[in-house]
Ligand binder design. Sequence first.
Ligand code: SF4
Length: 397
Amino acid sequence: MYKTPNANRKHIGIYGNTNSGKSSLMNKILNQDISLVSNVEGTTTDPVQKAMELIPFGPIVLVDTAGLEDKTELGEVRVRKSIDFLKRLDFCIYLIDGKNADINTYNNWKKEAKKYNVDHIVVVNKLDELREDEIKNIEAYFGNPIFVSAKNNTNIDKLKDILIKNLKDTEEEKPIVGDLLPYGSTVVLVVPIDSEAPKGRIILPQVQVIRDCLDHGIKTYVVRDTELKEALNDIKNIDLVITDSQAFKEVEKIIPKDMKLTSFSILLARQKGELDEFIKGTEALKKLKPNDKVLICESCTHNISHEDIGRVKIPKMLEKIAGGELDFEYKVGYDFSEDLSGYDLVIHCGACMVTRKSVLNKIEICKGNDKAITNYGMVIAYFTGILERSIEIFKGL
Ligand code: SF4
């Protein structure tokens, strides 16, 4: 893997009315023709995403959305999809058509963006066609927007600079391990290679943990669970063992009682969500009873095997905890309901393929619905009776 995964990039949406020039602006920022540009209304249907390096800020994903004033037959569906995309964005550009400024649509959109805590800047396009008095009127309505001409490439660099400044103010990516241990510490990663392991590679959360350790000067040793005992003899002064959640029980038996232990899923729960909220969510496991309804959120689609964690292992554990059958429902990708009234508990996957923002929004929806949410790693740790031990490393942070 040579590219930064999209899950680790800031996501920036470009919103605005139909034909305000969103696709042209995106192409100018990217310096290439990715988004389809046309004068026909509603050319952009599903949001178009493109990863780029915004130098000197770093890796981002730009998202070109459908026009908010889409009057075509599928308009409502497209607008809903575009608004729904706000849940996973870190920042937005709201583009005004300078020749046809529409304050009402902007005000309505602003309410939605606020709901999902997404900040934005207002950019006015078609500067090349605007008279002085039109510029003044727009300024009176929209404060201090940035005027650009996507057609003539005017002020695009200025817009990028302002974007970078705003992105620097957004929440910084949290380290995975780097803030838990000092420079020079020693970590052992336990990666079981079973039928669930993908052929010829290790999975993204494990790659991300290794990279985070390297970034922070933490010495990292990777072993299978079957070689862990030997590794403990070979490696001196181990500060932390990080295991695949599914091998938690076996690993706990092998390592000394006073050795710190956690899992990849629990580390990601902290990086991609709110650890405290997920820990609180484990309290709901104690109250689980037969026939309760559990919502399981898988952030990506994948082939389902007989050992699948979300479809087989976690449901089996939850039914054992509840003492009877449960009613499971699945949401895949970014699909998530605002109304969670029918559910007794929400379980999230490790979220390795999605942004922190998208998980935080789901947590907020759960809080708003007064529903408990936790994740796979927490369920496994609770089920195997080692939750306390696996979260000890975070105490006092
Ligand atoms: S389902 Fe979740 S944890 Fe599993 S690979 Fe997809 S994003 Fe990662």
